[in-house]
Design a binder for this molecule. Structure first.
Ligand SMILES: Nc1nc2c(ncn2[C@@H]2O[C@H](COP(=O)(O)OP(=O)(O)OP(=O)(O)O)[C@@H](O)[C@H]2O)c(=O)[nH]1
Ligand SMILES: [Mg+2]
Length: 312
């Protein structure tokens, strides 16, 4: 796929949030137009509806006012959208960090999150992406809780010609992942991705179980997991932020994957997550297809969110 067609997929994936946000800005030239109180109020409301979070909305609106006033004074040929883009790029840029596999072999990724967030699908898509980059990949069916979970991962494995280490439903998740990591090491695999059962951050016993998984992995490799990736569903809005905070507290996350941005107008939560957590956003999900799991790019995300052409 070309960069352009990937950007178009990103754009169509973010359509719901963009349709909510962009009408009040719609490329008003700062040199021509007053940024009226009415317009600002409308924009503020839209940001709130997109689940940006109230404090951040205030900060962004205040800064936008200052930036627009300055641009007008200096007669800069810019637009309100372009100025707003600058603001959100600055906010998102620290989270713009792709996973670097480095020399670890295997590089072990532990995938966690609440039920239905998109963990298993993301693992499938990620395996495909890594294979395309000529990496040897192995999957660990650490979701031993749900009957269909192992099957779902095995199907992804078959589809991508990737081996899956699994045991029967009800097996100890940590034991499955331990076996998989040992096996991946013995077979000189590049990347091991471990699935886990969905759980709520409020379920203490299940969160403790995840901590155990981590400890058990460290018996094979003290540096493992090299990535603890939380998958969150953007349509949860501010609840997704709350989940991320709680999972981070108990699991010391190293990265996020934000899925289902295509199904929601609450995509503004990505800004809130960047602001509150500052964790690397490794990937975003903007649809069901493989290409819809995209490496997060702050500038492209901002362009797609505001309906701007790249390089505006
Ligand atoms: N539209 C859309 N759907 C997605 C995206 N990512 C995942 N899904 C869908 O979300 C649903 C749940 O995905 P799973 O991967 O099974 O979620 P999970 O986190 O593994 O769920 P549990 O194992 O039950 O905790 C599936 O129907 C996926 O196709 C996305 O970016 N966009
Ligand atoms: Mg799953």
């Amino acid at each position: 796929m070309t960069d352009r067609s990937l950007f178009n997929r990103l754009k169509s994936g973010l359509a719901k949030t963009r349709d909510l946000l962009s009408p009040s800005l719609s490329n008003q030239k700062t040199t021509e137009l007053e940024l009226s109180d009415e317009l600002l109020e409308d924009f503020e409301e839209r940001l709130l509806m997109a689940d940006v979070g109230i404090e951040l909305v205030q900060t962004l609106i205040n800064q936008l006012k200052l930036d627009v006033a300055k641009a007008k004074q200096e007669r800069l040929p810019t637009t309100v959208s372009a100025l707003f883009k600058k603001l959100i790029v600055a906010l998102l840029e620290p989270c713009n960090q792709a996973i670097i596999l480095g020399d670890n072999k295997p590089f072990a990724i532990l995938v966690v999150g609440v039920n239905g967030a998109g963990k298993t699908t993301t693992i499938g898509k990620l395996a495909r992406r890594l294979k395309r980059n000529r990496k040897q990949v192995m999957l660990a069916a650490g979701d031993t809780f749900r009957a269909a979970a192992v099957e779902q991962l095995v199907t992804w494995g078959e589809r991508n010609d990737v081996s899956v280490v699994a045991q029967a439903t009800g097996a100890d998740s940590a034991a499955v992942i331990f076996d998989a990591l040992e096996s991946a090491k013995a077979r000189n695999i590049d990347v091991l991705i471990a699935d886990t059962a969905g759980r709520l951050h409020t379920q203490n016993d299940l969160m403790t179980e995840l901590q155990k998984v981590k400890r058990v992995m460290q018996k094979v490799d003290p540096a493992a997991p090299h990535e603890t990736l939380l998958v969150i569903d953007a349509s949860m809005g501010q609840n997704a932020l709350k989940q991320a905070q709680e999972f981070h507290r108990s699991m010391q996350l190293t990265g996020l994957c934000i899925t289902k941005l295509d199904g929601t107008a609450k995509g503004g939560v990505v800004l809130s997550i960047a602001d509150q957590l500052g964790l690397p956003i490794r990937y975003i999900g903007v649809g069901e297809a493989i290409e819809d799991l995209q490496v997060f790019d702050a500038v492209q995300f901002a362009d797609a969110l505001l309906g701007l052409e790249p390089d505006t």
